[in-house]
Design a protein around this ligand. Structure first.
Ligand SMILES: Cc1cc2nc3c(=O)[nH]c(=O)nc-3n(C[C@H](O)[C@H](O)[C@H](O)COP(=O)(O)OP(=O)(O)OC[C@H]3O[C@@H](n4cnc5c(N)ncnc54)[C@H](O)[C@@H]3O)c2cc1C
Length: 385
């Protein structure tokens, strides 16, 4: 089997990138050890946003590009088809917590300076935006209307369909085992459990498994220290609730970090960075149920008509594992010293898939590093310069 490029990893990053490669006319193969969107892309919060990324302009702009490309895809193909809810996000604060309040106001100013749409909602406006949610007294919100949330597995499956429609191939239950290269380290192909494939380009998009996959592919143990942390998080998805009970993605630090949105199954998806901290310590089922009970109780504080803990047994509890680069920003580019080998490993990959996918296609096909991608290359990592 001969291809122009092999993408390893059938998550949202690998599939979206492969679609952009196929659009550029390359014969692509996606090699996925399980099924499409069976890794982190199936277990995450799916908030498509640039609103929380304000401290680094290049990283903000990369995320804003992702947000913009989803809007363009929705306009072209339809929100329902791509699995997008464009309702926007509400960052809820209150003057009763002056530090959080000032932080959100500063965030609004930064977003305005960066050209990212935002609007400050008074207490009245917030209550109108979410009439069924009870916020703390005097609460106000930073509304970011361009933010969205995505059915990431549906979007990934759509990418798979589009790759096939352009003549690309998807190999599921196909594990990448070893990179085939000539004596100078130039990529020649891939050995998998289903046989060998020939290609001059390999793109590794294996999320949190990236260090182990790079080690296995190259036979170089040093890659086990590839600078990616694995940070788990708990996602609780409730059974369906009345339509319109919650209308936006809501996030707040009042009384502890907490975020929720109306999920695509008709229920609510709920998570909290505070709970995630406890998941790191203990992932046993009993502990996860205890954490979920706490999240459902908090959800009921916000929406009194919601069943709360009583629906725990009908909820789905999932643990997702973030691939967290050491400086928090994406790692995307050519592997120094190995011609034809590329890596994409990132957090916020739901937001970033179209941006990284298309920018990396320019690099892989044209050999040019687009300006927007330049700050995220592997050269910045210690040991790769
Ligand atoms: C709790 C949590 C909340 C999150 N919230 C958000 C959010 O709100 N917004 C946002 O933008 N992002 C969010 N993320 C991050 C986002 O989910 C990820 O960045 C994204 O899903 C990564 O996609 P990926 O394709 O890189 O990785 P994955 O989806 O993990 O895909 C990698 C694939 O590689 C395959 N693979 C591994 N090894 C091999 C091999 N040897 N051969 C073949 N295949 C292999 C795996 O099976 C897997 O399917 C969150 C993540 C978590 C965990």
């Amino acid at each position: 089997m001969k291809f122009d490029a092999i993408v390893i990893g059938g998550g949202i990053i690998g599939c979206t990138h492969a679609w952009y490669l196929a659009q550029r006319g390359l014969a692509v193969a996606v090699v996925e050890q399980a099924g499409l969107a069976s890794g982190t892309s199936a277990r995450n919060f799916s908030w498509v946003n640039a609103s929380t990324k304000t401290s680094n302009a290049a990283y903000h702009n990369l995320n804003a590009m992702g947000v913009r490309l989803y809007a363009e895809l929705a306009a072209e193909l339809g929100e329902e088809i791509i699995g997008l809810n464009p309702a926007g996000a509400l960052g809820v604060v209150s003057p009763t917590d002056p530090e959080l309040y000032a932080g959100a106001q500063k965030q609004a100013q930064q977003l305005t300076a960066l050209g990212y749409p935002n609007q400050w909602l008074s207490n009245d406006a917030l209550r109108k935006a979410e009439p069924n949610v009870v916020f703390p007294d005097g609460a106000e919100a930073l509304f970011t209307p361009s933010d969205k949330f995505l059915n990431a597995p549906r979007f990934t499956a759509l990418m798979g369909d589009k790759i096939r429609a352009l003549g690309g191939q998807i190999f599921e239950n196909c594990e990448a085992l070893e990179m085939l290269a000539d004596d100078n380290g130039v990529v020649e192909g891939l050995r998998t459990n289903l046989g060998e494939m020939t290609a001059p380009r390999i793109i590794v998009a294996t999320g949190p498994d990236t260090p182990e996959v790079l080690s296995a592919l190259t036979g170089y143990d040093g890659f086990s220290r590839f600078p990616i942390g694995k940070v788990p998080g708990l996602l609780v998805t409730t059974p369906p609730v009345p339509d319109g009970l919650v209308r936006h993605l809501v996030h707040t630090d009042l009384g502890g970090e907490f975020h929720f949105f109306p999920d695509f199954n008709g229920g609510l998806r709920i998570a909290s960075d505070d709970a995630d901290g406890h998941v790191i310590e203990d992932r046993t089922p009993d502990h996860l149920r205890q954490l979920a009970r706490g999240l459902l109780g908090r959800m009921q504080d916000y929406v009194p008509s919601f069943a709360g803990e009583a629906c725990l047994d009908q909820c789905s509890l999932a643990i997702g594992v973030r691939a967290y680069p050491e400086d928090g920003h994406s790692i995307a580019g050519a592997m120094p010293g190995a011609e034809g080998l590329y890596v994409i490993a990132t957090h916020s990959g739901v937001t970033l898939a179209p941006a990284l996918g298309s920018l990396m296609a320019t690099l892989v096909v044209d050999g040019e590093v687009p300006k927007a991608l330049a700050p995220f290359g592997l050269e910045r990592l210690s040991g790769f310069g």
